[in-house]
Unconditional design. Structure first.
Length: 101
């Protein structure tokens, strides 16, 4: 994805000097699993709404319920510590791999 106030200059160089074959042009709505949009101030923003909806459905399918809502994956004052939990069995490993893609 190319973002610029004058993208045609960049596109022209890529096409003519480097012989790139570019796919489409114009406003981007979804790229790399994220929704892209301009806010009310004209700032280019992205949100992972589509990805989050997919992951909620995956959690519900795997665990039988939706995950609990949270503003952040960390709690205030949380300190990282050594993970000394047991390794996953093959079923748990398979679930973990499907969750992280």
């Amino acid at each position: 994805m190319i973002t610029s106030k004058n993208p045609s200059v960049i596109v022209d160089i890529l096409v003519t000097a480097y012989k790139f074959k570019l796919k489409g042009n114009g406003p981007v709505l979804i790229h790399l699993g994220c929704n892209w949009f301009c806010d009310e101030d004209g700032n280019f923003c992205f949100a992972s709404k589509k990805y989050i909806i997919k992951m909620i459905a995956t959690d519900e399918r795997l665990f039988g319920q939706k995950p609990k809502p949270a503003a952040s994956p960390l709690f205030k004052g949380d300190q990282p510590k050594l993970d000394d939990s047991e390794l996953l069995d093959m079923a748990g490993l398979s679930i973990y791999q499907s969750l992280i893609g």
